[in-house]
Design a binder for this molecule. Sequence first.
Ligand code: ADP
Ligand code: MG
Length: 653
Amino acid sequence: MSAIIERLPEALANQIAAGEVVQRPASVLKELIENSIDAGATEIQVHLRDSGKTLIQVIDNGQGMGPEDARLCFERHATSKIRSLDDLFALRSYGFRGEALAATAAVAQVELRTRRSADELGTLVRIEGGQIRQQEPAPSSVGTSIQVKNLFFNVPARRNFLKSDETELRNLIDTFQHMALARPDLQFRLSHQGTDLYLTRPGNLKQRITSFFGESMANGMVPVEETTPILSISGFIGKPNIARKSRGHQYFFLNGRYIRHPYLHHAVATGYHELLPEGSQPAYLIFLTVDPKRVDVNVHPAKTEVKFDDEKTHYAILMSAVRRALNQYQVAPALDFSMEPGLSWASGGGEHMHPSGARPGSVAGSNNSLGSGLTPGAGPGMGSWAGPGAGTGAGTGAGTGAGNGNLRSPFNPAYNPFDADRRSPGPVDDSWRKLMEVKLPPQNQEQDFSDIGKNGWAEGAPSEAGLFQLHQRYIVGTLRSGLLVVDQEAAHYRILFDRCRARLTTGTGASQQCIFPTTLQLRADEALALGRLEPILRSAGFDWTAGDNPLDIRITGLPADIDLPEPELLLHDMLRDEYPSTGDALASIREQLSRVMAKKSHIRAGKTLSPSQMRQLVDELFACENPYYSPEGRPVLLTITIPEIMQRLGGPV
Ligand code: ADP
Ligand code: MG
């Protein structure tokens, strides 16, 4: 009998390998931009169609390729970047596996045009599903243009696995921003459906932060800097007042490469210590530079995970650097580094691009000469790893950049959800009697609430005096059968959740007009999501009109009886959430929105409640269909019965 083992055809092997490297449009984009940077490009353009599903094109002005390399680059394990194992441990380029182009070409239709400056004519290569279809000399500008069309055209299973357009676009924009933040010395441009989303000129890190996240974000950060023999740190961290509830802008770059690192994230958070309100997330962009020998980026092809030795030491250094930066800020709160000499923030270094061009001077005010402390891309094929030298603040202005443009103050500790005018209309007075009707949820057998149901509050109607607050966290009341303990936070969350969901379902959410409409700048992916969620958001009471620019909206109305502390941020969060596109999508979108809205505004533990507030909270809670559990299934209340008490205390003396 002949052998049954056969070598897989090259194209099939590539297709299988592609699963590792090419998961989604964003992973292709990452590889292409990395190649451009490795090729010494100073200008990189990205053009997308249909969230990258039909086209991802990257054009660079890097060193280009000769005719032979233009074909070789699509072969597996073909790389110009390492020659030996030693090179791997002295890695100064993004790429080294020689896998990305082969993998991409295996699952897409790829067109490459490239020319080296020394050559008169460039090369055109067309490759489809791993098969070269065409190669010929062709006119081309110096550098490389790669078009990746119809990703996964030959792997329907993978194509179907892709997420909604807005999710894929969001991943693409995130990837683009990671790369552009890693190299503020290079020019980056991003367009989608022929519309420019970003054009950001070479500059320093702070300018790039401004151009992506706005001036108030840039002004809300302080520099962090530390040099030790094993680890150097530079970058910016957010002042505590720009911390947000949701994880927003948290970026680590290790030797110029965007990475995720939960352990080091913890170090940063610990560095903030008690400066952050509970549950808040600091913003940071931190560049770590270590000897390449001491890191292993070879952990996963996507390479956002890295391992490096002696993580504990790194942890300690990072934490103390963060602490020191914050102390410095506290000692000198007036530090305002928007005053860096020679910089004009008003004209910024390439802002959020507005296709209508209605923002004069948005990209005009920057040039290469702005003091950036950067080493521009070194020679061809060797991106510089010097990392952006974070411009340190020299100014003494007093601005602290507290989220300007906010409709209301970003955080209002005096906020009282029980203000008379915020009370939800409707009969709540006797709603506690609903206790009688409520059926226990099946998962709750160990607690016997039926007793509350039978007897109601001790001695008839609950009096305000019968309730007291324990540790500003629990509301305790007496039942005929024992004690009732209500978690105030969970209770209010349940109430608001039900209220939000009811408005979203009936579509009758009243809207409260904003006296001062605010403008919200959306990213392209958020604009797509807004279109999809529009009916639901409007039915919740959100109101908006088109802004001056295609990606701007003016918020003119907000849900009337829910106090949303930071409505713009909330909208941003909601637009970035992941929503199912199949099944009962509408219902789960409603659930999710209700959750987000309720989470933003419910009262917290630690808040003192007056007797009437406690009473109202308990009444409203028992008016809910299921007062016993939070929407996530966490218990809201518990009862302690007299028999239980007797059992613990040992019965009659
Ligand atoms: P790697 O980057 O790991 O070497 P790739 O498959 O991404 O592997 O690329 C293979 C080779 O193709 C690279 O080593 C490089 O020589 C060449 N190459 C790819 N993209 C470009 C580009 N934009 N400009 C010049 N050369 C490129
Ligand atoms: Mg590469």
